[in-house]
Write a protein that binds this ligand. Sequence first.
Ligand SMILES: Cc1cc2nc3c(=O)[nH]c(=O)nc-3n(C[C@H](O)[C@H](O)[C@H](O)COP(=O)(O)OP(=O)(O)OC[C@H]3O[C@@H](n4cnc5c(N)ncnc54)[C@H](O)[C@@H]3O)c2cc1C
Length: 369
Amino acid sequence: MLKNGIECLVRNRNSKAIITLSSSSSRRRCIALRNLCSKTQTQKEAATSTARTVPRERAECVVIGAGVVGVAVARELALRGKQVLVLDSAPTFGTGTSSRNSEVIHAGIYYPPNSLKAILCVRGREMLYKYCYEHDIPHKQIGKLIVATRTSEIPKLIDIMNRGIQNGVDGLRMIEGSEAKRMEPELQCVKALLSPVSGIVDTHSLMLSLVGEAENHRTTFSYNTTVIGAHLEGNNICLHVSETKHLEEWNGRCLLHPELVLIPELVVNSTGLSALALAKRFDGLHSGVVPSEYYARGCYFTLSNTRISPFKHLIYPIPEDGGLGVHVTLDLDGQVKFGPDVEWIEGIDDISNFLNRMKRELCAFKCSC
Ligand SMILES: Cc1cc2nc3c(=O)[nH]c(=O)nc-3n(C[C@H](O)[C@H](O)[C@H](O)COP(=O)(O)OP(=O)(O)OC[C@H]3O[C@@H](n4cnc5c(N)ncnc54)[C@H](O)[C@@H]3O)c2cc1C
């Protein structure tokens, strides 16, 4: 239920309120539609037609999602003088995948040569180390070993090395099992690929720094604010915005009604695992431009009862289908984690996705497309 009053104010650079998520019963009409989560055209059109009746505001740049991608994009836009508004369904930044991962600074070894992933990972790693150094973000270039535990795995390890070299990853070196054992006495393998440029980073400090810089350049963050869909009007994307609490209270039997339509000049959909589900709710967006999503969940296992980490490096197996394989990661306090494992799953509804609800049941998600 919506209470009366203003729930969210977003101030522009002149400190005038420009966006207000307000409540009035007329704006919260429920339209009886069953099975709202399905994204049929009729339902999208119904959502669009009700969205035409709610208040509208214009904005310059709207970034949807305040994970590491959203806050980095927001900071960059703000540094270039743009007026940026970041919306996130959660109560603060970085509550999604960005705070539930291995915190590894990847070297760029695995990706297909000349792919965007390969090019951006190599360049991004260099930029990330520089950023961490310049902004005092805790990080460490501890290096990584990818190991072959059987001779049959050696050809795959050689392929990985060649790929990394083609991608421009510096310092890659194949070492014998005996040398790997000298580096890591608890490790047993026949050969290992050493990547000295791999490292770890404190992701929370990283995001905090990016958010701080963005805010210092007049970016506004509006938390507890969910984009539930959008429609196209000419060249404009009209975002349907709702307070998150209404989604949490939503019974699933009526059409969710936005409280505000936001019309930005630039929209960045950086909602992580929700990005495709959200894009599919954009009425008028050609479905062909939205890739299919495939979800997997995985769990990490913490090594407890050890005061001193038995490992000094990140240690990875040969990659497996859907992931890099259960690996050893260290955080900056020396805590050892094993994981994640991979279990392919289906059937997450959009709203649970927007609310990061999967975290209650699942340890981690991955979406590949
Ligand atoms: C198990 C695992 C391990 C990983 N390990 C590493 C690693 O070691 N190194 C590495 O570089 N990468 C790693 N990654 C990848 C990395 O974590 C992700 O690429 C990155 O965190 C994605 O950030 P994001 O900002 O796109 O998404 P997220 O961090 O998920 O942020 C999305 C945000 O959008 C918000 N949101 C969602 N829907 C809506 C909506 N409708 N309206 C408003 N807000 C919404 C969410 O609340 C969330 O805050 C790993 C990933 C996984 C799954």
